[in-house]
Design a protein around this ligand. Structure first.
Ligand code: GLC
Length: 653
């Protein structure tokens, strides 16, 4: 019955579309097939979200119109790519993909120069590049580009649309995927919609959450946590011009969009499709956990936020099915996984999600030299959907939040509050024996909570070791950096390197002298690449050379190792040694081809008793070889030996 309603509604909508769309029926063949296949779901979701509204049918028609127009604007080349990717729908699960996230200004000065740096990505083996926000945003109140004042215009400080075109062409020639951001949850207060709202335009006031007095904001506040408690406490900001309160969950200049208004959904869908049509292969959807606000809740991870993402996905399946979504949801482990959707086919959301759980657990293991919590936390992580994959990373442009589960901390034998406190002290350099030079981010006086900023090299101890010139500590810090990369490259998913980490970039303290940045310690790890120093990657004996060469080698081995593709083909291994983290990856076509990944987080040599692997049968059918060094591992008395911070990628030949 419901299907019939959706069929007849679709027929009505199609007959009402503008005549020029009908004239081009022939070229819309694939569009109509996809619309037919997805419309039932689209209608269903749109109805769940907006069915109670008088203008439901009008908005539904506008949604279909948006899809058809954007499809018609899509280039022939991109449409062909859509068809090819539909045929090979698991294409992104391959081990071939290795990513890097970067700020174009920090990496190359601007977009034009970035286009000229493609050879650098190829040299390292990177073939997915996330260019962080490039859209117009106010000077100062930019949140690193996440406060957008125009969703269709590139900020002239980094370049123009034609520069981006150049990059898209260059990347596509070299099989490099382009990832762009769409900041879905909010706009800058300088965005045209916010400006119109401020001027009293009711239509645009309905694009945001705007209230006459504190009554409703106060009710919301009772259950809403604070994202930036130090620099932007609270979730609402008084606006003088309107004499009203605006919901601003992040900074006071970032106005939350109101997705209970379907016009907002359609506008933002149009924005996503606009960038997809400019050649983005992947769209990073920022802050997706926050999309739906409901009084009495934390206003995060609401069911409707998931429905919105399912709807976005279904719509993009119709207009541009070759593109992928990355969910940026830095939330509790069991919540993150939900952003893949409930089902890979009928309720799909984002194909890729940030593995914030793994990231935080890795930093725990580095500080404690112990893998109890890492093992426990990953054991508790439910299997993700098929046809979905993780983005595995060690550092990114944001802070490190210690978002692991309290129950896991307890199961690992720690007390949650004290343990988190230890980690914060450790990484912000206040713990006596700590090697890390990090900075606290957003200390919350009310909860005692804080997060951590700092570049990978500085957090791993290289900055301090270089300052004191201690060769042994320098070597240990480099080994730690490689140890962490070994895991994001082998765990299963797309590894995402962070620009500068491949040449050991230290903290950049210059942000402290800039009043617009000094209140946000994340700027400490958003560096400007020193290309003269980067040249040292070619000079043997330098830190840059050691790191870059090792990463390059790891990346190329990863690409040749089918077991590293992501088909949920991993199981954790209990190493019976608290310093050794282990898992087995197997080739999902040939399950007997297995790789044992072993990582020693300790400053001391450690061993794995091969008997503990007996139940897996690993190692019983042949001799072990380490893919990374190409050598046999050290085995004494049936015990595998790992030097401090050493890792193995062992196969059984
Ligand atoms: C995302 C971004 C972060 C930004 C926030 C608000 O989490 O990664 O940098 O501050 O969204 O837009």
């Amino acid at each position: 019955m419901y299907e019939q309603i959706s069929h007849s509604l679709l027929n009505e909508i199609l007959s009402e579309l503008e005549p020029n769309i009908h004239e081009r029926r022939q070229e819309l063949q694939h569009f109509y097939t996809r619309l037919g296949a997805n419309f039932y779901a689209i209608h269903n979701l749109f109805e769940l979200l907006y069915g109670q509204r008088d203008d439901f049918k009008y908005q539904m028609t506008r949604l279909v119109e948006t899809l058809v127009k954007k499809y018609m604007n899509r280039s022939r080349k991109l449409k062909e790519l859509d068809l090819a990717r539909e045929k090979d729908h698991n294409w992104f699960l391959s081990q071939q993909w290795v990513g890097m996230a970067l700020y174009s200004a920090g990496f190359a000065g601007n977009l034009h120069n970035l286009a000229e740096k493609t050879a650098y990505f190829q040299e390292l083996g990177v073939n997915l590049v996330h260019i962080m926000p490039i859209l117009k945003c106010p000077v100062g109140k930019s949140d690193g580009g996440y406060a957008v004042s125009n969703f269709r215009e590139i900020d002239d400080r980094v370049g123009s649309l034609s520069d981006l075109q150049l990059i898209a062409d260059e990347f596509s020639k070299r099989d490099i995927l382009l990832v762009l951001d769409v900041v879905l949850n909010h706009t800058s207060e300088e965005h045209e919609w916010a400006q119109k709202a401020m001027a009293g335009d009711k239509k645009y006031q309905d694009y945001y959450y705007i209230f006459d007095n504190r009554e409703i904001p106060d009710m919301f506040e009772q259950s809403m946590p604070e994202v930036f408690p130090e620099s932007s406490p609270g979730n609402f900001t008084w606006n003088e011009a309107m004499q009203k309160w605006v919901m601003t969950v992040f900074h006071d200049y970032q106005w939350d969009l109101n997705y209970s208004n379907p016009a907002v959904f359609i506008e933002m869908l149009d924005v996503i499709l606009f960038w997809i049509n400019q050649g983005a292969d992947v769209i990073r959807l920022d802050a997706v956990a926050f999309l739906w606000k409901k009084m009495g809740t934390t206003c995060q991870n609401e069911r409707e936020a998931h429905l919105l993402l399912q709807l976005m996905k279904d719509c993009c399946q119709v207009a541009a099915p070759g593109t992928l979504f990355i969910a940026e949801a830095i939330v509790a482990p069991v919540e993150i996984i939900k952003y893949f959707g409930e089902d890979a086919i009928i309720a799909k959301e984002c194909e890729i999600a940030y593995n914030a759980t793994l990231m935080a657990l890795l930093w725990d293991a580095v500080a404690t030299q112990n893998v109890k919590l890492l093992h426990q936390g990953l054991k508790s992580l439910p299997d993700k959907l098929e046809r979905a994959t993780w983005l595995n990373y060690v550092r990114c442009h944001d802070d490190i939040g210690l978002g692991f589960d309290d129950a896991d901390i307890v199961a690992a034998g720690y007390e949650p509050f004290a343990h988190r406190r230890f980690l914060i002290e450790f990484y912000t350099g206040n713990y006596p024996s700590s090697f890390a030079s990090g900075a606290p981010f957003m200390r919350n006086g009310k909860t005692g909570d804080a997060r951590i900023s700092g570049s990978l090299a500085s957090l791993a101890g290289l900055e301090k070791a270089t300052r004191t010139g201690n060769e042994q500590e320098i070597a240990a810090a480099i080994d730690k950096i490689l140890l962490l990369h070994n895991l994001i490259l082998s765990f299963g998913g797309i590894p995402l390197l962070y620009y500068g980490d491949e040449i050991a970039t230290f903290n950049d303290y210059s942000y402290l002298n800039d009043p617009e940045k000094s209140g946000d310690s994340r700027w400490i790890h958003r560096p400007k690449i020193d290309w003269e120093r980067a040249e040292l990657r070619k000079k043997q004996g330098t830190i840059e050379y050691t790191l870059f060469t090792a990463l390059k080698k790891m990346i190329s081995i990863r690409k040749e190792t089918a077991a590293f593709a992501d088909f949920n083909n991993r199981y954790l291994v209990d190493t019976d040694n608290e310093h050794l983290f282990g898992f087995i990856r197997f080739d999902h076509h040939r399950p007997s081809e297995r790789i044992l990944v072993l990582s020693n987080f300790s400053t001391e040599p450690q061993f794995l008793d091969l008997q503990t692997l007996a139940h897996t049968g690993f190692g019983s059918s042949g001799q072990l070889t380490d893919l990374y060094s190409g050598k046999r591992p050290t085995i004494e008395d049936d015990k595998l030996i790992l030097q401090p911070f050493q890792f193995y990628w062992l196969n059984e030949y």
